[in-house]
Design a protein around this ligand. Sequence first.
Ligand code: SF4
Length: 235
Amino acid sequence: MTAESPSHTALVRRARRINRELALLYPDAHTELNFTSPLELLVATILSAQTTDKRVNMVTPTLFARYPTAADYAAADRGEMEKIIQSTGFYRAKTNSLIGLGQALCDRFGGEVPNKLKDLVTLPGVGRKTANVVLGNAFGIPGITVDTHFGRLARRFGWTTSLDPEKVEADVATLIPRKDWTDLSQRMIWHGRRVCHARRPACGACALARLCPSYGEGPTDPEVAAKLVKPGPFS
Ligand code: SF4
């Protein structure tokens, strides 16, 4: 398919309709991690691997008060930090990442969090997904964050066929205006958590049903589907 083919045009049109519908559904979608600076968001996002945002939000007040700067992370006592973040799981690896992160920020970026994807992904514990979360939410630079929800929904919408997050990101970037990337990322995650679940999506209670080529993948009976909807909040 080329960018000019009618089928691509139709795909773009439908994708933008879904994007608008998601904006109406979740006008105040935002990251459910608590933070007040790029460093705090970077740390919280690293901690959120393999756990819930709610659990991360329980440890970050203590963590952020104890380690306000990159230099504080670099100089942290490993045992003390492990104890603070223990309940988020994988705390040894996460402690390694946070101390390494502090050192890398001090050594290479003057103690500041860089605002470029190519720099962010060189930091310990920071992949493309984390980098895009930070760019979008802490710096206001549009980024597509492909997590498990985003990837699943993008495939159900027919926006991509790929399981590779980088390819998903590239495919969606051709369909949705750049200025909407960050908000779209949040809204896809919210819809995935609440309605379009991995197993048994609530199709019969889904506001996107008439636009979604995967309508029918879950129960279409309104009463059955309504029971599958999870109201949140998830933080
Ligand atoms: S119609 Fe079903 S598959 Fe499509 S977005 Fe809604 S819940 Fe997901």
